[in-house]
Design a protein around this ligand. Structure first.
Ligand code: FE2
Ligand code: FE2
Length: 306
């Protein structure tokens, strides 16, 4: 039987969630266009500046491609987070009303984020006519992820919720050169994700409380299997980005240039979406309380990816 120490409650996270109520239309669309003369993401999340094969204009275009895939990938994972959280809400339906409402609010917000990111992609395409290659379909990943144990899935979600916090607070919030519209979109997403990280800690703690030490071990192995699926997807996405950049610039890279750009981007994607979550102190703490051995397993995998 595992427990995770925390001082969150469904009632207080629900009360915080209800204070935030933006609509998709507030953030994107008419009069809220994207400024393609500015970067969308900080270099700490994209690893582009150090690429010798690209000039300043190409680096900015790759930054925009990464902005596009950044939001696409969040929408992509939200497509398995949404059914998972709905299932947890369904199981809780006759219990505590704060819990049911908190889970349904969480699910509704993820559905709104999926919508927001689709609307963003429409706006993006108006100013960036080159089709951006994207991994998918999301339903296939969702089915593959949800075939694992609930503890494995809830840990992946916890990892993603905490890394969203880290990206915004450590890299985006104080960056003065980013496009203000893109940054505002990330800020509004982050505000709601702050509650998700707490609700997901509550969920992980409840699920783990009913499990034996062996079942917790399975959950941690499942987290690693899902992380490996995500790693495969990110590697493919990095290669697609290089192809998109080639089409966009009309340039064809030599083998050496391609391998430099791909290596930098695969490493950046891994760091941004995998290592930043697996090494987040709150994630490490939660996993460590369930299993010290599991925490070491995950730390070793994160080190190997870094
Ligand atoms: Fe979200
Ligand atoms: Fe979320």
């Amino acid at each position: 039987m595992g427990t995770i120490q925390h001082n969150y409650t469904y009632a207080s996270t629900l009360s915080d969630a209800l204070k935030i109520n933006w609509k998709v239309d507030d953030l994107i669309g008419e009069g809220k266009g994207l400024d393609f003369t500015k970067p969308f993401l900080p270099d700490s999340l994209t690893g582009i500046q150090a690429i010798a094969a690209l000039d300043a204009r190409e680096k900015l275009a790759l930054n925009h491609i990464r902005g596009r895939t950044y939001l696409y990938l969040f929408g992509f994972v939200e497509e398995f987070i949404l059914p998972f959280v709905l299932e947890q809400a369904r199981r809780a339906v006759h219990g505590d009303s704060a819990q049911v409402r908190s889970l349904l609010t969480f699910a509704e917000e993820e559905a709104k984020h999926i919508d927001l990111f689709r609307r963003f992609s429409e706006e993006f395409e108006k100013q960036f006519p080159t089709p951006v290659g994207l991994i998918g379909p999301a339903k296939e990943l969702a089915d593959a992820v949800l075939s694992h144990s609930p503890l494995g899935v809830v840990l992946v979600i916890l990892h993603l919720e905490w890394l969203t916090q880290r990206h915004y607070l450590e890299s985006i919030k104080d960056d003065g050169i980013l496009d203000p519209q893109f940054k505002s979109l990330l800020r509004h997403h982050w505000q709601e994700e702050a509650q998700h990280a707490k609700v997901d800690t509550l969920l992980a703690s409840e699920l783990a409380a009913a499990l034996s030490a062996d079942e917790i071990k399975v959950g941690i192995e499942d987290y690693l299997k899902i992380a490996s699926l995500l790693n495969d997807g990110l590697t493919t996405q990095a290669k697609l980005d290089v192809e998109t950049l080639e089409r966009h610039t009309g340039r064809s890279f030599s083998a050496a240039e391609r391998s430099e750009i791909e290596a930098a981007q695969i490493s950046s994607y891994r760091h941004t979406f995998l290592v930043a979550g697996a090494e987040h102190p709150n994630f490490v703490k939660a996993v460590g309380e369930l299993s010290a051995e599991g925490r070491e397993r995950i730390a070793a995998v994160a080190r190997a990816l870094n």
